[in-house]
Design a protein. Structure first.
Length: 215
């Protein structure tokens, strides 16, 4: 996937990568991506559903193709949003360092990359593959939900990755009160998920009987 400016301007592009399982994608993710696009002057936001996350029991996650299709349905109406298959198409575990390398296409000439994901995931970054290289290749946008302790976030980040605070921005998103877990639980209980996720995603979940068993 290559991006370019179509107005003849040679300024460096800024691309946001929204990393997550998206099981399922919801309004909180979409509001987050749009807010990050505006605040960080991103030219595009590419949603990157995880393939086989190195740190998870995969049996409990919906099929990659289902998560990819739901994400595609959700971003359809936003001309700045795209979805990448780079992680779901790769065999074996996928690592953010490989995804960021893929999009930064050569460290100097490529776009500026901003990796957007949940704040809790970012606190574990020191356990990720080649994390120091990763922090040198991109800027992180850590997204938090209402009620999340921001003081605790900076303390833990400083303890785990000393001197790296300048590579991480914290973005508080009230709409992230909705979570994928909350949506899955509501489906299992037979409750409505209308307005928590875009309607085509809601229909997809119904059609494929996702989350009915609560596993
Ligand atoms: P996850 O299980 O999907 O989410 C963890 C938490 O963060 C959840 O509370 C989730 O809320 C929230 N979240 C996830 N993506 C978000 C986003 N884009 N915007 C806002 N909130 C988000 O994710 P994960 O498995 O921890 O991984 C997150 C990202 O980090 C993925 O891209 C993954 O590939 C990467 N990662 C890489 C490595 C590595 O390279 N070794 C290791 C761990 C994680 P919802 O459930 O509501 O989405």
């Amino acid at each position: 996937m290559f991006f370019f400016r179509n107005n003849g301007d040679n300024a460096k592009l800024n691309v946001g990568l929204m990393g997550g399982t998206f099981d399922p994608i919801h309004m909180g993710h979409l509001v987050t991506a749009e807010e990050a696009r505006q605040q960080f002057d991103l030219d595009y936001v590419v949603f990157v559903p995880t393939g086989t996350p190195p740190h998870k029991e995969t049996g409990k996650i919906s099929l990659p193709e289902h998560r990819y299709l739901m994400t595609s349905l959700a971003v359809m109406s936003n001309p700045y949003f795209f979805v990448s298959t780079v992680e779901i198409n790769s065999e074996g575990p996928t690592y953010t360092i490989d995804t960021v390398r893929h999009f930064s296409c050569g460290e100097r000439e490529g776009p500026g990359v901003f990796f957007i994901t949940g704040a809790d995931a970012i606190l574990d970054i020191f356990t990720w593959k080649e994390y120091e290289k990763l922090l040198s290749l991109c800027t992180f946008i850590a997204v938090s939900r209402p009620g999340y302790s921001l003081d605790r976030f900076w303390d833990i980040l400083d303890r785990n990755c000393p001197g790296m605070k300048h590579k991480v921005h914290l973005l508080e998103i009230p709409a992230l009160a909705v979570s994928s877990t909350y949506i899955r639980e509501r489906v299992t209980l037979g409750k409505t998920i209308k307005y928590l996720t875009p309607e085509p995603v809601e229909q997809f979940i119904k059609k494929h009987g996702l989350y009915l068993s609560g596993e």
